[in-house]
Design a protein around this ligand. Structure first.
Ligand SMILES: CC(C)(COP(=O)(O)OP(=O)(O)OC[C@H]1O[C@@H](n2cnc3c(N)ncnc32)[C@H](O)[C@@H]1OP(=O)(O)O)[C@@H](O)C(=O)NCCC(=O)NCCS
Length: 164
């Protein structure tokens, strides 16, 4: 295999997660050290909760749960809600890459994909919810032009970026 083929084979593709993908998402959670420090507020400790998580008053039309696939394997996932907390904002409570797949650009590509999808659905800003103990996650977002906002969400720090 030449270098070009190697790069192409590692390019992630993005597909909404179906219910039958639940065990794959659960396996990523199970492999993630200190998962409770990353996503305790979204019920991400079990995949079934992630599929069901939805703010009160919104429908599943507002939810986009997407997987990043690399070479046919689920490498990570993101869960974003449009029109929340305002009609022009989208909020992402889960951006997680499998531990063995980190550092290869998948997280950056998945974030860019989510930004584009919610922008097409009418969002003007994207808010990423980060647990205050997740220092590396906050730094990852800061380097991608997300700024902390002072919404009082307890132990969750919102990072927000304009999309247009
Ligand atoms: C943050 C995260 C999504 C990045 O995914 P990724 O596929 O490794 O990201 P990329 O390969 O595109 O870029 C690697 C970047 O992530 C940073 N990073 C943060 N934690 C990391 C980790 N545990 N392993 C590798 N890189 C990590 C690297 O320093 C690097 O930063 P830089 O490119 O700004 O210098 C991933 O590490 C992850 O799932 N972390 C746990 C959950 C989380 O913090 N989510 C984001 C906040 S909601």
């Amino acid at each position: 295999m030449n270098t070009q083929e190697t790069l192409c084979s590692q390019e992630p593709t993005f597909l909404p997660l179906e219910s039958e993908d639940g065990p794959l998402l659960q396996a990523i959670y199970d492999r993630t050290p200190r998962l409770e420090d990353l996503f305790e507020t979204v019920g991400a400790a079990d995949a079934q909760s992630t599929y069901m998580a939805l703010p009160e008053g919104l429908s599943f039309d507002n939810k986009y749960l997407v997987g990043a696939w690399v070479d046919g394997e689920l490498a990570g996932a993101a869960d974003v809600i449009t029109s929340y907390p305002t009609p022009e904002n989208a909020t992402c409570g889960l951006l997680l890459i499998d531990v063995g797949q980190r550092g290869k650009g998948v997280g950056t590509a998945l974030l860019a994909h989510v930004e584009e999808v919610v922008r097409q659905r009418g969002a003007r800003t994207l808010t990423m919810l980060v647990q205050c103990r997740n220092i590396l996650g906050g730094e990852f977002l800061s380097r991608r032009r997300y700024a902390q906002v002072d919404d009082n969400l307890g132990r969750v720090i919102p990072y927000r970026k304009p999309l247009i």
